[in-house]
Design a protein around this ligand. Structure first.
Ligand code: ZN
Length: 88
């Protein structure tokens, strides 16, 4: 039985095979929620779902798509936004 502090559902259970053939349960923190579009709320593609310490080591170009509003709006909403701005 794991320690009481580990019996929390806020932690992720990971079943690890140990060299002896048994399977041990490891507890790990859950990853942060994925980035969502600021307009429609859809999950943003091309944005990694990683821990801040991993994000810090990552290149900027790997964290969001390189286009206007990349990492803020999805491609569909970006197109609508640009069309709206041009037609004003
Ligand atoms: Zn959107």
């Amino acid at each position: 039985m794991p320690a009481p502090r580990l019996r929390s559902r806020s932690l992720r259970k990971i079943f690890r095979k140990v060299p002896g053939g048994r399977t041990n349960v490891h507890f790990k923190k859950r990853k942060p929620e994925s980035a969502v579009c600021g307009s429609c709320g859809d999950v943003l593609k091309g944005t990694p779902r990683e821990f801040p310490f991993r994000m810090r080591g990552m290149a900027k170009t790997k964290k969001r798509p390189e286009r206007p509003y990349g990492g803020v709006l999805c491609s569909r909403c970006m197109r609508q936004e640009i069309i709206k701005k041009v037609r004003q």
